[in-house]
Design a protein around this ligand. Structure first.
Ligand code: DX5
Ligand code: ZN
Length: 235
């Protein structure tokens, strides 16, 4: 199995789990802790059962992210995402991930994101096979593997994702596409971040394991970094 011990891991906290009354404060706490990628979950009530947030939230966070030189990443769990790409870009999104399952013309969608000067990403639901990424891999910056069925925070991590990450890392290495980030989203926390990093994940998206009542945001990030640092430098 190909390992990825030398590649750094970025922690990209999902603000879905944040306390929305104190959203700016909590994002600032992440940035002060050195986080350089903020994950914004956009849900439309069609592609996924839940409804969450849109460009207004991205716009509100933009100055914070810009000041820190951080990437604002939107995870678009929406049907027909092409209709909203320009608006998210205007609002300040610098990385945009769409779902394979929501995009019949994914090549066009990815190139539309690239044309907006944002990092294009494609996401797969847990039961969607890796081969669906085969032909689009050279065109993307981020491959997002969902480790829960998308729609809600706080769900249980699907353990089979670790093997899926390792298989994707092996494919990327074999094809000379190792620059593509492997992002894992859903139920990521202290219990699985180490094995995910070992398998080849380069972006972790923890929601409830960063924003919760048990620890401060700063302490939660420190715990995740410590767990991850056993196998890879973690930012
Ligand atoms: C799920 C979202 C996630 C998720 C992460 O649809 O894409 O980003 O809420 O949160 P936790 O870590 O709580 O699963
Ligand atoms: Zn997400």
């Amino acid at each position: 199995m190909t390992t990825n011990a030398s590649q750094r891991v970025l922690i990209a906290p999902s603000i879905l789990a944040a306390d929305f009354r104190r959203l700016g404060e909590q994002v600032s706490e992440c940035l002060a802790a050195g986080i350089r990628r903020i994950h914004v979950d956009v849900m439309d009530g069609h592609f996924v059962p839940n409804i969450s947030m849109g460009p207004l939230v991205v716009e509100a966070l933009r100055p914070l992210a810009q000041n820190a030189g951080a990437v604002l990443e939107v995870h678009l769990m929406i049907d027909e995402p092409d209709r909203y790409l320009a608006e998210f870009s205007r609002a300040g999104a610098t990385a945009m991930t769409v779902h394979f399952e929501a995009c019949p013309h994914i090549h066009r969608t990815v190139h539309n994101i690239r044309a907006l000067n944002a990092q294009p990403g494609v996401g797969l639901n847990p039961a969607t096979p890796l081969m669906m990424l085969d032909d689009i891999l050279p065109d993307i910056d981020v491959a997002l593997l969902m480790s829960v069925d998308p729609g809600f925070g706080g769900q249980k991590f699907i353990a089979a994702t670790v093997d899926k990450v390792a298989r994707l890392r092996a494919i990327l290495v074999r094809r000379g596409l190792d620059r593509v980030e492997i992002e894992v989203d859903g139920g990521v926390g202290e219990a699985n971040i180490t094995e995910l990093a070992r398998a080849g994940m380069t972006i972790a998206v923890p929601g409830t394991s960063v924003f919760n009542d048990r620890k401060s945001v700063t302490e939660s990030i420190r715990v995740l970094r410590t767990a991850c640092a056993a196998v890879a430098p973690c930012e």
